[in-house]
Design a protein around this ligand. Structure first.
Ligand code: MOS
Length: 703
C-alpha cells in the first residue's frame, strides 16, 4: 500500500538544524562525562611481521598516564575470527599503522606524548604493497561486496567483439581514496565491571550494527551494550561497519572500569584504520553494430585487498545492468597486499565502475560517430540485462533528455579541441548513472501517542506522536524525512510527530548504508503507522501505542529496482598550464519520490561534489617501500573546493514508483557520485582532444 503525500514532497526544515547551528547538537566526543581518560594509540611502523618486545616503562612513568594496553595485557576477545577487529590479541602485524598499543592518560596531550615513548621492537617480514595486476598472488574472491557473483557471463562476448563493426578496448584506472567525514571516528566508552555493562557514545552509521559487532567480540548480551549516536558528522561508508578504533576504545575502557575513555581519531589515523576505496584497474571492451547498438560488453577488474581481511569492491556490477547487450562478461580479481583494509566508500563498486563504463561509452560514441546521448538512448534495455525482470521504473532516457535540454546539448559541436576561449579549451561531456534500490531487513519501530491539550486546535490533532526507531542521521536529514513519512503514514501534521533515533534503547534498525535508510526505516514506520491506525483509529487515547516491523516487499522478486541519472558537465582546461576548471555541472536524477526537495538536493549535490573531488583531486599515495599512505592529511590529500566549480545544478524527474516501498522512494545518498567523474573526463576529452583514462585527472594529463 502506498502513502498519500502531505508532508512528503515539501521542504520541511531540518529538525535538528537550529541545534547544529547553535552548537548544541551533541556528537559522540561531546557527551559530558565525569573525569574522562584520553586514549592515544601506538601504531606499527612496519607493514608485516611481529612484535618482539614492548617497553612501556617511559610512558608509564609520565605523570598522568594511567595505563598502557598491549597484546600482552589487553582483555581477550570472545571472537577473534575477524582479523581487523582482533585488536591487541596477538603480536602479529599485518599492515603499517595497525594498533600495537594504547595509552590512557588524564589528558589528551599526555596520552599523545606517552604514546610516542612506548618502544616497540619488531621482527620484520618482507611485504608487498603495490598493486600489480600480474601478481602471482592474484585470485578470484568467492563473492564481491556484499554478496554479488564474482564473475558472470552471458552469450559469447569475445566472438561478438571480433565480429563487431566498432570496438573500444581500453584500460581505466582509479586511485585509492579515503573517506574523510568532517567528524572523525570517535568513541566515548565506559565499562561498568560490576554490572557487566558497556556504554558507547559512538560516531556510527548504525547503533545496532555497532552493538551487534561489539556483542560478539566481547561476548556480551544485547542488554549489556548501549550505543548512542543521535548526531553523526558524516560517514560515507567508513562508519557503516565497526572498525578497529571502537575495539581499541572498548579494550581500553575495560582496563579502567568505571572511567569514561575518550578516543577521537586524528585526521592522519583516518588514513590508516577505517577503510578506503581500493584503487582499480579496469579492462573494458565494447562492441557495437554500425548504428551503435551494443553487441558486447566486457568489464574485467583487478583491485587490491588487505591480506589480513578481504574486501572485494563490486566494481564491474555496474556493467551488468546499465546497458542492453546480448553478450557480456564481468569479472573481479584481487591482489592481496600488506596494507590496511579496503572497505565501503560512497557507492562502492558503482563509483569506480561507472567511470570506466561511461568513459568507454563516450569512446564508442566517438568511433561510431554518434552523439553520446543518442548512443545511450539506443542501448536502453527493456528489461534488466542482469535479471531479465521488468524495471519497477527506469527513467534514464528521461534524465538524459531533460539534461540535454537544460544544457542546450543540441547545439554541441562534436568536434573535440575546437573551442579555445581566452587561453582555455572548453568542452562538454555526459555520462549515465545508476544505483540499486537497496532495502535492508530487520527494522522495527514503536509509535506512541500522548494527549496534549496545549496543542493549537488548528493542527487537527489532540496530541503528539512519538516514533521510535534506532535509525541513524549521518548528516543526511534522516530524522526530518522520517518525521515527514511518519506524519503522512499516520495522517497527521508533521508538527505533532517526534522521531527518536540513534540509540540502541530504541527498537532495532538497520544501518545508514547502501542508500537504504529512508526506504527501509520509512517502510518500517509506515507499517507501524498502519498498525497504530488499525488499533486506535484516528482519535487515539492517551498512551496509545503500536509496534511494527519492516515488511517484506511483495514485488521484490518481480521487478528490477534502481535509480538512474545523467550528468552533464562543462569543463575548461588551460591551454598552457593544464589547469582544470569546471564552469558547470548538472545532474538530473530519477530516484522515485523525493521526500524533501531541499534535503534531497543536498544529497545529490554532495554525491556530485564527491565525484568532482574523485575526478580532479582525491588520491592516496601509497609508498610501496613502507606500505604507508604518505599524504595522510588534508593538506596533502586534496579534496574539492568551491574554487573548482562555478555552478552545480540539480534536477529530477517526478517519478512515481508503486513497487519500491509504500513511500515510492529510491535511495539518493550515493547515486550523485556515480558517473560524475566520467562526465568530467568525457568533457575534458571534448575540450582538449586528450582521452584520460586514469583518475584523478591532473594538469600533467593536459600539457
Ligand atoms: Mo555507504 S558506502 O553504502 O555507507
Amino acid at each position: 500500500m502506498s502513502i498519500t503525500a502531505q508532508s512528503m514532497g515539501t521542504s520541511h526544515p531540518r529538525i535538528e538544524g537550529p541545534q547544529k547551528v547553535a552548537g548544541t547538537a551533541r556528537y559522540a566526543f561531546e557527551y559530558p562525562v565525569v573525569r574522562p581518560l584520553y586514549l592515544h594509540p601506538v601504531q606499527s611502523t612496519i607493514a608485516r611481521g611481529r612484535i618482539t618486545a614492548i617497553d612501556a616503562s617511559a610512558a608509564e612513568a609520565l605523570d598522568g598516564v594511567v595505563a598502557v594496553i598491549t597484546h600482552e595485557n589487553a582483555v581477550r576477545l570472545a571472537d577473534t575470527s575477524d582479523a581487523e577487529w582482533s585488536v591487541l590479541q596477538t603480536p602479529e602485524v599485518g599492515f603499517r599503522g595497525q594498533y600495537v598499543a594504547g595509552v590512557l592518560a588524564e589528558g589528551s596531550e599526555i596520552a599523545r606524548q606517552a604514546a610516542e615513548l612506548v618502544a616497540v621492537a619488531y621482527d620484520q617480514d618482507t611485504h608487498v604493497a603495490s598493486l600489480d595486476e600480474h601478481s602471482p598472488d592474484l585470485y578470484a574472491p568467492d563473492v564481491v561486496n556484499p554478496a554479488f557473483a564474482t564473475d558472470e557471463s552471458v552469450g559469447d562476448p569475445d566472438a561478438a567483439l571480433a565480429a563487431a563493426e566498432y570496438t573500444v578496448r581500453q584500460t581505466y584506472t582509479t586511485a585509492m581514496t579515503h573517506n574523510n567525514p568532517l567528524e572523525p571516528h570517535t568513541t566515548i566508552a565506559t565499562w561498568d565491571a560490576e554490572g557487566g555493562r558497556l556504554t558507547l557514545f559512538e560516531s556510527t552509521q548504525g547503533v545496532v550494527t555497532t552493538r551487534k559487532a561489539v556483542m560478539s567480540l566481547f561476548g556480551l548480551d544485547a542488554d549489556a551494550v548501549t550505543v548512542i549516536a543521535p548526531h553523526v558528522g558524516g560517514g560515507f561508508g567508513s562508519k557503516g561497519n565497526l572498525h578497529a578504533n571502537t575495539v581499541l576504545a572498548t579494550l581500553a575502557a575495560m582496563a579502567v572500569p568505571g572511567r569514561a575513555v575518550k578516543y577521537a581519531l586524528t585526521r592522519q589515523q583516518m588514513f590508516d584504520l577505517v577503510g578506503y576505496r581500493t584503487p582499480t584497474i579496469q579492462h573494458v571492451a565494447l562492441g557495437a553494430e554500425a548504428d551503435g547498438t551494443l553487441t558486447a560488453i566486457t568489464h574485467d577488474v583487478v583491485e587490491q585487498t588487505a591480506r589480513y581481511k578481504e574486501f572485494a569492491e563490486q566494481t564491474a556490477t555496474y556493467s551488468r545492468s546499465m546497458y542492453a547487450t546480448p553478450n557480456r562478461r564481468t569479472t573481479h580479481r584481487l591482489v592481496p597486499l600488506d596494507v590496511g583494509m579496503a572497505s565501503w566508500m560512497r557507492a562502492p563498486g558503482e563509483a569506480p565502475g561507472s567511470f570506466a563504463a561511461e568513459v568507454a561509452m563516450d569512446e564508442l560514441a566517438v568511433v561510431a560517430g554518434l552523439d553520446p546521448v543518442e548512443l545511450r538512448v539506443r542501448n536502453e534495455p527493456t528489461v534488466s540485462p542482469e535479471s531479465g525482470l521488468p524495471f519497477s521504473s527506469r527513467n534514464l532516457v528521461a534524465c538524459l533528455r531533460r539534461g540535454a535540454e537544460r544544457f542546450a546539448w543540441s547545439h554541441r559541436d562534436p568536434q573535440p579541441r575546437a573551442r579555445l576561449v581566452d587561453g582555455w579549451w572548453h568542452g562538454t561531456g555526459v555520462a549515465g548513472s545508476s544505483y540499486p534500490v537497496n532495502t535492508m531487513p530487520g527494522s522495527t519501530a514503536v509509535i506512541r501517542f500522548h494527549h496534549d491539550p496545549s496543542l493549537d486546535p488548528a493542527l487537527g490533532a489532540t496530541g503528539r506522536y512519538e516514533v521510535e526507531i534506532a535509525a541513524a542521521d549521518i548528516g543526511t536529514g534522516a530524522r526530518t524525512v522520517l518525521t515527514q513519512i511518519a506524519a503522512d503514514a499516520l495522517g497527521v501534521p508533521a508538527e505533532v510527530v517526534d522521531v527518536e533515533i540513534g540509540d540502541t534503547a530504541l527498537p532495532t534498525a538497520s544501518l545508514a548504508g547502501g542508500s537504504s535508510g529512508t526506504g527501509s526505516w520509512g517502510a518500517t514506520i509506515a507499517d507501524t503507522a498502519d498498525r497504530f491506525r488499525d488499533k486506535w483509529g484516528s482519535d487515539p487515547e492517551d498512551g496509545a501505542e503500536a509496534d511494527g516491523a519492516m515488511p517484506d516487499n511483495a514485488y521484490g522478486d518481480q521487478y528490477a529496482m534502481s535509480a538512474y541519472g545523467a550528468h552533464f558537465v562543462e569543463i575548461a582546461v588551460h591551454a598552457d598550464t593544464g589547469e582544470i576548471r569546471v564552469p558547470r555541472m548538472l545532474g538530473v536524477f530519477a530516484a522515485g519520490r523525493i521526500v524533501n526537495p531541499t534535503l534531497g538536493r543536498s544529497q545529490f549535490l554532495g554525491g556530485m561534489t564527491m565525484g568532482l573531488s574523485m575526478a580532479l583531486h582525491e588520491q592516496s599515495v601509497l609508498d610501496p617501500r613502507t606500505g604507508h599512505v604518505v599524504n595522510r592529511d588534508l593538506a596533502n590529500y586534496h579534496v574539492v573546493s568551491n574554487a573548482d566549480v562555478n555552478s552545480m545544478e540539480i534536477d529530477w524527474i517526478d517519478e512515481q514508483d508503486p513497487y519500491v516501498n509504500p513511500m515510492g522512494t529510491k535511495g539518493i545518498g550515493e547515486i550523485g557520485i556515480v558517473g560524475s567523474a566520467a562526465a568530467i573526463a568525457n568533457a575534458a576529452y571534448h575540450a582538449t582532444g586528450r582521452r584520460v583514462r586514469s583518475l584523478p585527472l591532473t594538469v600533467d594529463d593536459f600539457i
